[in-house]
Structures are given as C-alpha cells and as structure tokens.
Write a protein that binds this ligand. Sequence first.
Ligand code: KG4
Ligand code: ZN
Length: 355
Amino acid sequence: MKEKILCLGIESSCDETSAAVVDSDRNILSHVIYSQVPEHQKYGGVVPELAARAHILAIDEVINKTLSDAGKTISDIDVIAATAGPGLIGGVLVGWMSAVGIAQSTGKPLVAVNHLEGHALVPRLRGASAGDNKTESISVPFPYLLVLASGGHTMILLVSGVGKYELIGQTLDDSAGEAFDKVSKMLGLGYPGGPIVDTRAQSGNKKAFKFPRPLCDKPGCDFSFSGIKTAARTFLAKYTTQYTDEFINDFCASFQASVVDCIINRLGNALHDERVINSAPKTLVVAGGVAKNSAIRSSMEKMATENGMIFAAPPLNLCTDNGAMIAWAGIENYLVGKVVTEPIAPRPRWPLTEL
Ligand code: KG4
Ligand code: ZN
C-alpha cells in the first residue's frame, strides 16, 4: 500500500454541494463548498426537490474545481468517497452516482460514507483542542465521548474506532438543530436559524424566559427538544405586539440556555454510564452543525475541564456539512478495508449502529 493516500470526498446529502481532496497525513489539499442556502431561504427551510436539482447543476463544477485547486487530476487520486446516506435521497443520489461513475471509469476503490460517520470522525482530521479562537489542531484519539448534533440528529456516542459507535443517548423527537431553526422561524429571523439565534443570544439575558429542561430530572442520556419548541410557541402566542431587539435577544438567550443545559445534564449522566466508565474516554467532543454554537462549545469545554478531560471540536467550517469530512471518513474506512465491492443502494435512513 502507498504511504500517503489521497482521497476525493463528495458530500450532497442536504443543502451543500461539496468536495475535497484530503490526504492520510491530515492535509486538506483543496475544499469547495457550494452552499444552496440562498435558494432555500425564501421557503424558510430546505426544499428537497430544489436541493436535488441544485446538486445536479453544481456537482461537476464542484468536483472539477476541487481537483484543480489541489493541483491534481483524477489519476493522482487513490480513493473516491461519497455520502451514501442518510439524507435527502435526491441529493445523496447525485453525489453518490457521480462517485460511482468516477470509480467505475477509473477503476479506483470506492467508499460509501455514512454522513453521520463523516461528522463523527472529522475531529480526527482537525480537532481544535480548545474553544473557537484557539488554532491548535489535534487528531482526537479513540476512544472519545461525542455529542453529534446536526439539523437531523442529536446523539451521544461512544466512539472507540472506525465503525465502532455505541449509542449512549439520542433525541426522542426533534433534533437540536431543528429546534434552533424552528425558533428562528417563529421569531421571523430566517434560515438557517442556528447561527442567527447564536448571535442574538450573545446580547441577551438568558434568565428572561423560563424554558423547560425536558428529561433533565430523569435518569438516562436521551434528549427531548419538542417541548422546548412548544414552550417557545406558547410564549410567542401571548406576545402580540412587534418584537423588539431586546425581546428577541433575551428570547434567543433563554431558549439557547435550555438547549445547553439539556446537553450538559445528559452528558453528566453519560459520564456515569457503565460503557463509558469501562472505556474511559479522555476526550469530550462535539461535532455536527450545532457544534458551531459558541455557548455549547464553551459549556462543554468547562465540563471537560471539571472532569479531567480534554475538550475538542472541529473548526467551524468543518462542523456544518462539508466534503473534507467525507474524504477523511473515506480514508479512515479505506485504511481498515471498508470499500464497496458490489453495487449498493444509497440509504435515506442509515443509523450509525448499522455500519
Ligand atoms: O450538520 P449540518 O450542517 O447538517 C445536517 O447534517 O443536518 O447541521 C445543520 C444545522 C442547522 O440546523 C443549523 O441551524 C445548525 O446546524 N447550526 C447551528 C449553528 N450553526 C449551524 N446551531 C446552533 N448554533 C450555531 N451557531
Ligand atoms: Zn450533517
């Protein structure tokens, strides 16, 4: 086997068409992210059919630009990887079939990457060892305790190797990202809501509104965010005049504080879970789009320090969907021999525990 592996990774499962060339020494040679946000903004969320069409229009250019930015041609690439699910199936098909086409025409090995695994492993490509502003980049070693929070999923995982993910807790209803997006929509702030609510919360009073902390008085590590969303709707229904900036900031800060408290409460229980105690992870990690959240990052960092653990999170541009995480997961899977040997169908649903 060659010493250094070069992988082209393709991501198209939601509203980003993205590709990257990454090598097995953790270098990102090129990375192109074409965001469809402007196309979906007027609908207040991702419209799957529009997303699929936009992926079709963008994919060839994104892949060609990625290769040329890296100064490579397809013959220099050792492995092709693409998201094969879970996600919006129209978009997944576009990226996956492009990867199949390239792999078949060049005879190169192909890796079917689970999108969630991309989020889960990217802290091993780039894990900043501390908060947003620190630049030190580590490769998070196995095992680690991971909060994976995105627009579609929220879970606590014990990650002990490539393909080795134990589910410690998960949301019973909405994801954390969905709650951020819905609250932003209720306030008329736009899409995607996470970054907007995060920014507003920084100027607000988190004690202004009493949001519930669902399940926090119960044992276990599961989440529930739908009650927080309903509480937001109930508060706003009572408030009929136009929202002031101060109101919005306080509302965002109070809502966000309830999400943060739930994550910290559930993580506290996770640290006492027998499987976690037995595997003794040294690093506490957050990944997925919601991992961009400044309050979640700082609270988890504090928790890690209090428990003698290291905190790590990917840099902000590797939290939301991106091709580099798929390329990296492609390399990690290739190195343990997980390549596609017969045709597979992309999967709209594909739990990490079924890898
Ligand atoms: O991982 P991701 O890019 O897509 C999925 O796989 O779902 O996550 C997108 C989610 C959206 O719900 C978005 O609002 C949320 O990540 N998000 C944030 C922040 N930035 C993005 N949520 C909270 N705070 C943020 N700063
Ligand atoms: Zn994602």
